[in-house]
Design a protein. Structure first.
Ligand SMILES: Cc1cc2nc3c(=O)[nH]c(=O)nc-3n(C[C@H](O)[C@H](O)[C@H](O)COP(=O)(O)OP(=O)(O)OC[C@H]3O[C@@H](n4cnc5c(N)ncnc54)[C@H](O)[C@@H]3O)c2cc1C
Length: 397
């Protein structure tokens, strides 16, 4: 039977960063991925400064910066009036080495890190290898995996489930995945049409609120990505049809012909597992919590989970710490997930679609005050770049 100290299930952005961190600490890791290669996943485009600081510790920030776009400014716009507040992350340049959001699709991270993990002496990386089940014994766990049509076992002291929204590890743990699914789906389309030549005052990251059709416009190096709520009257097929594409871009850039390179529909959830740690199995990233993409917190918070967990496992495996280290991980990451990631993304969603009226005016006034006040603005920037949630996490002992 193969054995390792930590078995990581899933080679998405969260599994690969966590495995890289563990390997850099001298821990023997096996990482298994059900697909036969890293997945060409376009979902996440934003890497926040706090995450770049972590990636920098495993020498992964600079290679991603080299292929991504630095977005120092993000805008909160009102679609109807055109009014916007531009928040400038360079105001944090005395706080972070990376005063910007990096716009770079998530598959780039999985590609970079899996290629490095494959060559790392502490790592056994296996593609085409699916986690099936696990059993605990006193000293560790034995996972059953499926590889080349055969079932085998891998012994590990700990198992990390970084296997995404439909996590098999979460099912094994048997924890509740409480929360809700939004009724409306999200439609995402990518285009190399130069939207910035039509709406000339755009930043690379724009959250555009509107009661009828809010809009997110994000630039990555090769394309603009457009995210909108789906029209509930249309079928999935109609949502990604040419007719809907033309209608959508018509509302953005007028009577110009736009081709797309990619169209997808997403179901969006707000869910948190009741337990992240169960004995020797721990879930992180989308396996542990899901949120809407407004703010770019899902992948980033998953990477923050994996980073925290790697430190705790190092304390257990190298410093003789006991169960209390994993209990602390559970308390810290549950708190941040619930009080910041869930709360903020739910609020972001409400703000994007807010209708006219007193509540909307109060929100706009609040944003105006934050934007005009240097202290409040800095707090806002630290929160949105996810430094504040790391501070909150560290304050929990
Ligand atoms: C439209 C959209 C935009 C988004 N934008 C952002 C953004 O800008 N910033 C941000 O932070 N987040 C964003 N997100 C969220 C982000 O995409 C996810 O949070 C992120 O992909 C989670 O990473 P993960 O590694 O936990 O899971 P995944 O990326 O889902 O990776 C899980 C991996 O596990 C593998 N796997 C599954 N089951 C098994 C098994 N049984 N055995 C072995 N392997 C298995 C899968 O094949 C996969 O490779 C966005 C989401 C959406 C829908």
């Amino acid at each position: 039977m193969n054995s390792c100290e930590v078995l990581v299930v899933g080679a998405g952005p969260v599994g690969t960063t966590c495995a890289s961190r563990l390997a850099s600490m001298g821990i023997r890791v096996t990482i298994i991925e059900a697909e036969t290669d890293y997945t060409h996943d376009l979902r996440a485009t934003t890497i926040h400064a706090s995450t770049l600081e972590m990636l920098d510790e495993i020498d992964a920030a600079d290679p991603l910066i080299a292929i991504g776009l630095k977005a120092p400014v993000y805008q909160m716009r009102d679609r109807r009036s055109g009014e916007f507040f531009a928040f400038d992350l360079t105001e944090l340049d005395n706080f972070t080495k990376f005063p910007f959001r990096l716009q770079c699709e998530q598959f780039n991270m999985a590609r970079l890190l899996t290629s490095r993990l494959a060559a790392h002496p502490n790592v056994d990386l296996r593609f085409g290898c699916r986690f099936v089940s696990m059993q605990e014994n006193g000293e560790g766990t034995v996972a059953t995996i499926e590889e080349n049509g055969e079932r085998r076992e891998i012994a590990a002291r700990f198992i990390i489930g970084a296997d995404g929204a439909r996590s098999a590890v979460r099912r094994q743990i048997g924890t509740q995945f409480d929360g809700f699914t939004y009724e409306e789906k999200f439609v995402s389309m990518s285009t190399d049409f130069p939207i910035h030549e039509v709406i000339t005052d755009l930043a690379y990251v724009n959250y555009i609120s509107d009661p009828e059709e809010w809009l997110v416009l994000l630039k990555v190096p090769s394309v603009w990505r457009v995210l909108v709520p789906a029209d509930g009257a249309l079928s999935d097929e109609e949502l990604i049809s040419d007719a809907n594409k033309d209608a959508l871009f018509g509302r953005i850039v007028g009577d110009r012909h736009v081709e797309t390179t990619h169209r997808t529909i997403y179901k969006v959830h707000q869910r948190v597992a009741q337990q992240f740690v169960h004995g020797r199995a721990i879930i992180v990233g989308d396996a542990a919590h899901l949120n809407n993409p407004l703010g770019g917190f899902g992948m980033n918070s998953g990477i923050h989970d994996g980073w925290n967990l790697a430190d705790k496992l190092w304390q257990v495996l190298r410093k003789g710490a006991g169960k209390e280290a994993l209990d602390l991980f559970e308390r810290q990451r549950q708190a941040v997930t619930r009080s910041f990631i869930q709360a903020q993304t739910i609020e972001n969603m409400q703000n994007m679609g807010m209708a006219e009226g007193e509540v909307l005016r109060a929100k706009q006034e609040k944003m105006r005050r934050i934007h005009a006040d240097p202290v409040a603005r800095r707090e806002h920037l630290l929160r949105q770049s996810m430094f504040a949630s790391l501070q909150e996490e560290r304050a929990i002992v």
